[in-house]
Design a protein around this ligand. Sequence first.
Ligand SMILES: [Zn+2]
Length: 322
Amino acid sequence: MSKINTVLGSISADQMGPTLMHEHMVLAYAGWDKDALCEHIELNDLAKIVADSLGMVKQYGIKTIVDATPNDLNRNVDLIKLVSERTGLNIICSTGMYMEEEGMPAYIKFRSQVHDTLTELYETFVQEITFGIGKSGVKAGVIKVATGNGHISPYEDRVLKAAARAQKETGVPIITHTQQGTMGPEQAALLTGEGVDPGKIVIGHMCGNANLQYQMAVLDKGVSIGFDRWGINFLFPDNLRKATLLGLLGLGFADRVVLSHDFSAKWLGRPYNLPDFVVQMIADWSYTHLFQNIIPQLKQAGITDEQIGLMVVENPRRIFGG
Ligand SMILES: [Zn+2]
């Protein structure tokens, strides 16, 4: 049986149990710590903030969290380890890169002028999955990739191809970020075209597009899809996420959908002062919104415990376990 890398060591797929497939502990855009007025929070204090918030999922039976933070959005394995120790939750962390517009280290951009950075990215992903991240001893258990709004840039194309090579070598799944409900079919075609087993691919943030033709164009490739942004109503309303999911479940796709929130307990940098209407729209966004609100509403609409079990337990186990 294949072993799954968590930040505290390997587990079997059967040990995963109920799983949230796309969350974050903290998020920060590159450069946040160069802002002279950024908040400085000690690692232990930060771990407490995250653990107090994330630990709430345990009352709903959740055992495993996939932290989808790529290398260039301030992935911090020391923090993730502390949170896992304090909560007792299995946490699977990522190797990978974010979309060019909001990620892409200048380092890779510069090296690309003279070096084969597709190979260098592939080597980084394999190194972090096989040997560990830096000197932490923590091995990544999933590869995260992303594309921009309505296009896949040449850099993002390289990241996806490097991820495909690393996936085929290591067997870990690939989970993706799609921007504003675009490029899902193109991501699925690119990754499967590079020879990645569709069973090992989750096209993420598919709940940001209510067009069933778009959904089917992705599902036709045999991949799984993430309805993984519940509660972010200023990007896309939960009601449309629900309507789209109900349509797909009605067509029998419960075995191809995974659920999550894309929540982060803390955004680093200067505190963000969001306009009141945005604060109101994301009032429910948390690590527990699915269990407090969405799943009860889906059940009211006729969705069965068996379908919920597929999306929360069986699909994550199959995607990670093979
Ligand atoms: Zn995310």
